[in-house]
Design a protein around this ligand. Structure first.
Ligand SMILES: [Zn+2]
Length: 103
Protein backbone atom coordinates (compact mmCIF):
# COMPACT_ATOMS: atom_id res chain seq x y z
CA UNK A 1 0.00 0.00 0.00
CA UNK A 2 1.43 3.38 -0.97
CA UNK A 3 1.90 5.97 1.71
CA UNK A 4 0.77 9.49 0.92
CA UNK A 5 2.69 11.92 3.06
CA UNK A 6 2.85 15.69 3.24
CA UNK A 7 6.24 16.97 2.15
CA UNK A 8 7.93 20.34 2.43
CA UNK A 9 10.55 21.02 -0.22
CA UNK A 10 13.81 22.85 0.42
CA UNK A 11 15.56 25.12 -2.09
CA UNK A 12 16.98 22.19 -4.07
CA UNK A 13 13.70 20.28 -3.80
CA UNK A 14 14.90 18.11 -0.95
CA UNK A 15 11.99 16.83 1.07
CA UNK A 16 12.32 18.37 4.54
CA UNK A 17 9.23 17.05 6.29
CA UNK A 18 8.99 13.30 6.15
CA UNK A 19 6.26 12.47 8.62
CA UNK A 20 6.75 9.01 10.08
CA UNK A 21 8.16 7.38 6.94
CA UNK A 22 11.74 7.78 8.14
CA UNK A 23 13.35 7.28 11.53
CA UNK A 24 16.41 9.55 11.23
CA UNK A 25 16.57 13.13 10.06
CA UNK A 26 18.11 13.43 6.58
CA UNK A 27 21.25 15.36 5.70
CA UNK A 28 19.03 18.10 4.19
CA UNK A 29 16.98 18.33 7.38
CA UNK A 30 20.12 18.45 9.53
CA UNK A 31 21.50 21.22 7.31
CA UNK A 32 18.26 23.21 7.66
CA UNK A 33 18.34 22.80 11.45
CA UNK A 34 21.96 23.97 11.60
CA UNK A 35 21.07 27.07 9.59
CA UNK A 36 18.42 27.90 12.19
CA UNK A 37 20.46 26.96 15.27
CA UNK A 38 24.18 27.61 15.49
CA UNK A 39 24.79 25.60 18.64
CA UNK A 40 23.29 23.05 21.02
CA UNK A 41 19.77 24.12 21.99
CA UNK A 42 20.34 23.39 25.68
CA UNK A 43 20.23 26.52 27.81
CA UNK A 44 23.81 27.63 28.45
CA UNK A 45 25.50 25.04 26.19
CA UNK A 46 27.81 26.41 23.50
CA UNK A 47 28.78 23.25 21.58
CA UNK A 48 28.72 24.33 17.91
CA UNK A 49 26.06 22.98 15.54
CA UNK A 50 28.66 21.06 13.50
CA UNK A 51 29.23 18.83 16.56
CA UNK A 52 25.53 18.41 17.41
CA UNK A 53 22.95 15.72 16.64
CA UNK A 54 19.27 15.97 15.82
CA UNK A 55 16.77 14.80 18.41
CA UNK A 56 13.03 14.05 18.21
CA UNK A 57 11.54 16.09 21.12
CA UNK A 58 8.27 14.22 20.54
CA UNK A 59 9.57 10.64 20.51
CA UNK A 60 8.87 8.54 17.43
CA UNK A 61 7.75 5.74 19.73
CA UNK A 62 5.01 8.12 20.94
CA UNK A 63 3.95 9.14 17.43
CA UNK A 64 6.50 11.91 16.77
CA UNK A 65 7.31 12.71 13.16
CA UNK A 66 10.67 13.14 11.45
CA UNK A 67 9.87 16.75 10.57
CA UNK A 68 11.68 20.01 11.13
CA UNK A 69 9.01 20.99 13.65
CA UNK A 70 9.99 17.93 15.66
CA UNK A 71 13.74 18.38 15.57
CA UNK A 72 16.09 19.73 18.20
CA UNK A 73 19.81 20.26 17.81
CA UNK A 74 21.65 18.84 20.82
CA UNK A 75 25.27 18.02 21.56
CA UNK A 76 26.04 14.36 22.29
CA UNK A 77 26.04 14.98 26.05
CA UNK A 78 22.63 16.67 26.06
CA UNK A 79 21.18 14.23 23.51
CA UNK A 80 21.93 11.42 25.98
CA UNK A 81 20.41 13.49 28.76
CA UNK A 82 17.23 13.96 26.67
CA UNK A 83 16.83 10.17 26.62
CA UNK A 84 17.80 9.70 30.28
CA UNK A 85 14.65 9.08 32.32
CA UNK A 86 16.43 10.38 35.41
CA UNK A 87 16.09 13.88 33.92
CA UNK A 88 13.07 16.05 33.20
CA UNK A 89 13.12 17.93 29.90
CA UNK A 90 11.72 21.44 29.91
CA UNK A 91 11.37 23.62 26.81
CA UNK A 92 11.93 27.29 27.54
CA UNK A 93 9.91 30.13 25.94
CA UNK A 94 12.79 30.82 23.50
CA UNK A 95 12.72 27.19 22.30
CA UNK A 96 15.85 26.08 24.13
CA UNK A 97 15.84 23.08 26.45
CA UNK A 98 16.73 22.60 30.10
CA UNK A 99 17.35 19.22 31.72
CA UNK A 100 16.77 18.87 35.44
CA UNK A 101 17.62 15.81 37.52
CA UNK A 102 14.48 14.25 38.95
CA UNK A 103 14.40 14.17 42.74
ZN1 LIG B 1 24.72 20.67 24.76
Amino acid sequence: MAKILPAVLGSKSEILDLGRSRRLHTAAQRKAIRIKHHQCQTDGCTVPAARCETHHPHARSAGGKTDLDNAALLCCHHHHRAHDTRYLTQQLPNGDYRFTRRT
